[in-house]
Design a protein around this ligand. Structure first.
Ligand SMILES: Cc1ncc(COP(=O)(O)O)c(C=O)c1O
Length: 399
């Protein structure tokens, strides 16, 4: 039996993930080097400590740990996170634990978007979030970036254009640290300018930040959330952070911080979608933090990835033609290449696959109708350093 004609409009409009489909076309090709996906290295998974913490939590926390839990998330984990992040004057009701940041972003979208509302995002941006905004029937307007992040003048122009055309802008979505897909980090000054502008025009910010701990050089930059906090603007910024890139995406643990009002609404969505996050895993992460394992883990992950990142940036210098430009990330997992005008990275993908190297064409990171084609994303967290170098060499040779 088929019921597709009964599907909701939002469901009927949904496609499968283009990136997953593309990556699937490279599976099983012997000797292929994939610089395409965004998976963390399995070598970053701390199985022993995670297993030990799980065991302790299940055997020592009492029966409640295997019962339904609190929709707002585990209090012990929240306590640890507030200490860890040094959040000032934050109550438990201003934080929500979620099943990965994907869920937090979805709840935020559910909280704000009516069909036809405008969401502003960076060009390019993380497709996983863009599709969840589109599923709520939002119109996406992407704003150019430079090497300091989103372009404030272009952002002002887009906001003014929306006002003139009677469009409602609901929020701005940004990934300020080691952005997926470009690797760009928004400068401190740009973050301050952004907070000032958005407070003035009264448009909230969704700050998605799964990569900030993966820093291999340079100084940490305060989150947009913290900058807004210093100006007493709680609620202007909702920050979402995830354990996926530090402990493992399979755990599905993340959290959001914002005003009590916004977190309360997001929590109501969580109640409907999930009842609660997985209690055992939440408490396992709390235990991991109580045992001071998180600092150690971040050190291990950064030591692991530093040679991967060096291999990528060195290989690009050594092999790429002069006409190709790329970003210079100080951490994270991705670098963004801009090819000469007229070169189509979607076509290059097919040729690259024949030469046994894979990447994600840049067009996949723009909202529909706003695609650019002379760009691509390379990942440096999965293939090993030698393979990264060889993969870049193969790619450069076909360029
Ligand atoms: C920018 C960005 N946001 C969110 C996510 C989803 O992360 P999570 O595993 O926490 O759902 C990813 C995953 O790659 C990402 O790159």
């Amino acid at each position: 039996m088929k019921f597709n004609e009964k599907f909701s409009k939002a469901t009927a409009g949904m496609g499968s993930s283009m990136i997953r489909e593309l990556v699937a076309t490279t599976k099983g090709i012997p000797g292929l080097i994939s610089l395409a996906g965004g998976f963390p290295s399995p070598d970053s998974f701390n199985k022993e400590d995670i297993a030990e913490c799980y065991k302790e939590v299940v055997l020592e926390s009492g029966n409640d740990i295997l019962q339904y839990g609190a929709s707002e998330g585990d209090a012990q984990l929240k306590e640890e996170l507030i200490k860890w992040e040094e959040y000032k004057n934050m109550s438990m009701d201003e934080m929500l634990i979620t099943v990965g940041s994907t869920n937090a972003i979805y709840y935020y979208a559910k909280t704000f978007i009516n069909p036809g509302d405008v969401i502003l995002c960076e060009a390019p941006s993380f497709l996983g979030s863009l599709v969840s905004f589109e599923a709520e029937m939002a119109e996406l307007i992407s704003i150019e970036m430079d090497d300091e992040g989103i372009n404030i003048e272009k952002l002002k122009q887009a906001i003014a254009d929306c006002a003139q055309n009677g469009k409602k802008v609901k929020f701005l979505y940004t990934i300020p640290d080691f952005q997926n897909p470009t690797g760009i980090s928004m400068s401190a000054q740009r973050r301050m300018d952004l907070v000032e502008l958005m407070a003035e025009v009264n448009i909230p910010i969704l700050e998605d930040n799964p990569y900030s701990e993966l820093r291999y050089t340079g100084e940490m930059i305060p989150s947009i959330f913290k900058i807004a906090e210093e100006k007493n603007l709680r609620g202007l910024v909702t920050l979402v952070k995830s354990f996926s890139k530090i402990l493992g995406p399979g755990l599905r643990v993340a959290y959001a911080v914002s005003s009590e009002e916004i977190i309360g609404k997001m929590c109501s969505w969580q109640q409907k979608v999930n009842v609660s996050p997985g209690c055992v895993t939440e408490r396992m992460v709390a235990r991991f933090m109580q045992k001071d394992l998180l600092v150690k883990q971040i050190g291990i992950v950064n030591d692991l990835y530093t040679p991967y990142w060096e291999a990528m940036l060195t290989a690009l210098e050594d092999f790429m033609p002069k006409t190709v430009k790329w970003t210079k990330p100080e951490g994270g997992m991705f670098v963004w290449l801009t090819l000469p005008e007229g070169v189509d990275a979607d076509e290059l993908f097919v040729k690259a696959r024949e030469q046994k190297v894979a990447f994600i064409p840049g067009s996949k990171f723009f909202p529909k109708g706003q695609e650019q084609h002379n760009c691509l994303r390379l990942n440096y967290s999965y293939a090993k350093p030698d393979a990264i170098r060889e993969g870049v060499k193969r790619l450069a040779s076909i360029m």
